[in-house]
Design a protein around this ligand. Structure first.
Ligand SMILES: [Ca+2]
Ligand SMILES: [Ca+2]
Length: 392
């Protein structure tokens, strides 16, 4: 530096502006130093890191090389062992080949030394030929049996197929039978239910019948009491008030009725008007009528209706049973039947109903013939008859 420049510098340093500028420059320099220092420290750290990374890479590379060397040694050792084995196998093979060659030469020598006679078969060959024949024969026999077995197998297969078909049909029938059995079972259950219901109904009916029988028994007892005399306790086959004759029961009413009402009352009692079948009946009914009149002297008693009339046709008398009067079983009073009408009788029908009439004193000699035809509308006592009680 020249003197002029030093002088100038000194002048500048004496100037206040220069002083101010130099202070700011100093600050900038300090800042630049600090920055430079930090950058230097940063570079140091990066350099240290790089060094560490380089060292780590070197270690890894060394380890890798070591591993590779070990692998190489192992492979080399394996190859060496294999080579040794191959050498031993080769030596053994050569040894065996030498032995085989030796045996072969011995066999050739033995073969050459054995005399050959091809024209005559040896005993061994004859034995073999015989054995071959036997074998062929056995083979033919076995082939025949095989064919028979094949035939048997084929027939068995056909039989099996037939059996399978039959089994299929049987299964079909079995299914149908099972369906039928199921339906029959359901039907059986249905009928069993009906049977049980019927049994229950029958039990109820039996109970009802027993109750009714009990009621009927009491009613029957009451009915039977009607055939007995409550005072004497004597019973007959006819109801009280009825008289038995010729296995029939007869009743003479206490009150007079016209013929129609008389018959209705007989029917209401389960009877009908009395029928004279023979002389014994005539004697019995006439006596019954006479006795009643004698036992009731205070009553006006004229006659008693019997079941005989000619209402359908004049002069043709029929019993209430529908039977026509028998010509030899008639017991008319003298002059009867006359179908007569009294002078004051205005009935247009005439005398069509028959009654047993009490005889007059002059007629007592002929009391047995007591029938007279009378106007049906007249009121008379009446005779009924019915069957007796049967306990059978
Ligand atoms: Ca008449
Ligand atoms: Ca008459």
């Amino acid at each position: 530096m020249g003197d002029t420049e030093d002088i100038q510098l000194r002048q500048d340093m004496a100037d206040p502006e220069y002083i101010q500028l130099s202070v700011s420059d100093e600050n900038q320099l300090e800042e630049q130093d600090r920055t430079a220092s930090e950058a230097s420290q940063k570079n140091d750290r990066e350099e240290k890191q790089n060094n560490c990374m380089k060292r780590l890479r070197s270690i890894c590379l060394a380890v890798l090389i070591g591993v590779l060397m070990m692998l190489l040694c192992v492979v080399a050792g394996y190859l060496f062992i294999q080579m040794l084995k191959q050498q031993s196998l080769t030596a053994e093979y050569q040894h065996m080949a030498e032995e085989l060659q030796m045996e072969n030469s011995q066999l050739m020598q033995l073969l050459n030394s054995t005399p050959l006679n091809s024209s005559e078969p040896s005993a061994e060959e004859s034995k073999l030929s015989l054995f071959l024949k036997k074998t062929l024969h056995e083979k033919a026999k076995v082939e025949k049996e095989r064919k028979q077995l094949a035939t048997l197998l084929q027939s068995t297969e056909e039989r099996c197929n037939q059996l399978e078909t039959q089994i299929g049909v049987l299964y079909h029938h079995l299914d149908a039978a099972q369906r039928v059995i199921t339906m029959a079972s359901a039907e059986s259950d249905h009928w069993r239910q009906i049977f049980e219901n019927e049994q229950q109904t029958n039990m109820q009916l039996e109970e009802l019948i027993q109750r009714q029988e009990s009621i009927l028994f009491s009613s029957k007892l009451s009915f039977l009491w009607g055939f007995c005399n409550r005072s004497t306790l004597q019973c007959s086959r006819c109801l009280s008030g009825w008289i038995e004759h010729a296995s029939r029961c007869f009743f003479l009413s206490k009150e007079p009725e016209d013929w129609e009402n008389a018959r209705r009352q007989c029917l209401d009692m389960g009877a009908d008007m009395a029928v004279v079948q023979n002389a014994a009946d005539q004697a019995f009914l006439t006596n019954m009528t006479f006795n009643f009149a004698q036992q009731h002297p205070g009553e006006e008693f004229h006659s008693a209706w019997i079941g005989l009339h000619d209402m359908a046709m004049e002069g043709h008398f029929f019993w209430v049973t529908g039977q026509r009067i028998h010509p030899y079983v008639t017991y008319w009073r003298s002059g009867e039947p006359d179908n007569g009408l009294a002078s004051d009788d205005k009935s247009p029908d005439g005398q069509d109903c028959v009654a047993i009439v009490l005889p007059t004193n002059s007629e007592k000699q002929d009391w047995f013939n007591s029938w007279d035809d009378i106007i049906c509308a007249g009121k008379r006592h009446f005779l009924c008859e019915t069957t007796p009680l049967s306990l059978g």
